[in-house]
Design a protein around this ligand. Structure first.
Ligand code: ASP
Ligand code: MG
Length: 416
């Protein structure tokens, strides 16, 4: 069995939905097809959740979400009014009920309660189109199958419960196409929990793992995993094969290849992952599997923009030792600030983080009494895998290098 995932990056237009339906009809059964929220809907839902929680207003975002789905429905449905009323309107009704509810104490829980509608609407719309076209399938609510703890916005999967619930459905023994949502799940009491942004790749891997699938295919708007982001670099090329380890490391260094959590459940059962080109389904794409190393030594480049360097210096001039590092890291963990790179010296610790990590300000004000804090903004973090001197020279050029770290296979630079 092959599990397929279609993400919001490709599900943007009626034509894209048609293309997805074409691909789906050639898929061997049984299969699970995982879809995420369409286009950039999750971003709009995030704003909706913020407006709801902090300002008690959300009309604009609600309108935008409504109009986006309506315009897709207008192109895709034959019986527009009938299908909309039957499949989409009830979800909008539910969403309105959620927006009328009293807020919970913590933002993250309110966020999950609302943001899941991106995936619910997307799967309902595709379900409805498939119904109308007579494409046999079954729609599953993934919240009844993937069980997590109550870490809202970053749920940890409870594997025994999840495996049990997924296996109970009889998917493997069926001859059917099962359509479901990525990214969303539920905790013990049935409250919605999301798996972290871009988490629908991870959902596909969870199904792959629990169902002992032969392969997992992730459909993307690129020819596969590239050795660099074509939007940032010239002369990029597809990597035909990658090891699990290489894929994890590339994701860790910031390549938007696949969600970093995706690999582990597949690796544990040696299930190959394919990244396939949505516009050219017959092209091979990239295969990620158990492998000693890359077959050819293609260098890979990963660029993260909008980086900030933050340096912490103890105000009393004491050495940065383990207890201070743990104090700083405990705060980073509490504020969920992700560290992209760090460097530590006698009386300072420097971290490189994304500028748009909103909680940075909270973090800084918490640590300010104990530490002098310096920071540099507008930086880029460049990672070169399988570097050589030549490449370093070419890529860093005349730019100001604030930090450089070289290991055996990886060179990293914070550039001004
Ligand atoms: N819709 C979610 C997001 O945009 C999950 C995903 O697309 O994978 O983050
Ligand atoms: Mg996505």
């Amino acid at each position: 069995m092959i599990i397929h995932k279609f993400g919001g990056g490709i599900l943007k237009t009626p034509e894209a939905v048609e293309q997805m339906l074409r691909i789906i009809q050639d898929i061997d059964l049984p299969t699970v097809v995982v879809v995420s929220a369409m286009n950039k809907m999750t971003n709009v839902f995030e704003h909706l959740a913020e407006g709801y929680f902090y300002d008690n207003r959300w009309d604009e975002e609600y309108e935008e979400i409504y109009r986006f789905h309506l315009s897709l429905a207008e192109s895709l449905f034959r019986d527009r009014a009938g299908m909309w009323d039957r499949y989409l309107e009830p979800l909008f009704g539910e969403l309105r009920n959620q927006l009328a509810r009293e807020r919970e104490d913590l933002f993250d829980q309110a966020y999950d309660r609302l943001v899941v509608f991106g995936e619910l609407l997307s799967s309902a719309l595709i379900h409805a189109v498939m119904e109308e076209r007579g494409i046999a399938h079954r729609l599953l609510d993934v919240r009844g199958m993937i069980r997590t703890d109550s870490t809202f916005r970053d749920g940890n999967v409870l594997w025994p419960e999840t495996t049990g619930q997924i296996q109970e459905m009889g998917i493997s023994e069926s001859k059917e196409l099962w359509l479901t949502q990525g990214f969303i799940a539920a905790n013990d009491s049935g409250a919605p929990v999301t798996l972290g942004r871009e988490g629908s790749d991870y959902t596909a891997a969870i199904f792959g793992h629990c169902l002992d699938a032969d392969e997992v295919w992730i459909w993307k708007d690129v020819p596969g995993v590239m050795n660099a982001d074509p939007k940032e670099f010239e002369h990029t090329r597809r990597l035909d094969r990658l090891s699990y380890l290489e894929a994890i490391e590339m994701a860790f260094f910031g390549a938007r290849v696949i969600h970093p959590k995706t690999i582990k459940p597949l690796h544990n059962k040696s299930i190959p992952l394919w990244v396939k080109d949505f516009d050219h389904p017959d092209d091979p794409g990239t295969q990620i599997r158990q492998m000693e190393q890359l077959e050819d030594e293609v260098p890979a480049f990963i660029l993260k923009k909008d980086q900030v360097l933050i340096t912490f210096q103890p105000r009393d001039f004491s050495f940065i030792v383990e207890d201070m590092i743990s104090e700083i890291f405990a705060a980073l963990h509490r504020y969920r600030v992700k560290v992209n790179l760090m460097q530590h010296a006698a009386i300072s610790l420097t971290i490189c983080v994304n500028a748009d990590d909103a909680p940075i300000n909270g973090l800084i004000s918490e640590l300010l009494p104990r530490f002098r804090i310096l920071y540099n903004t507008d930086l880029e973090l460049l990672t070169i895998r399988r570097y050589n001197r030549e490449l370093i020279k070419r890529m860093t050029g005349e730019r100001r290098i604030l930090i450089q770290q070289l290991s055996r296979r990886t060179a990293r630079f914070v550039l001004g």
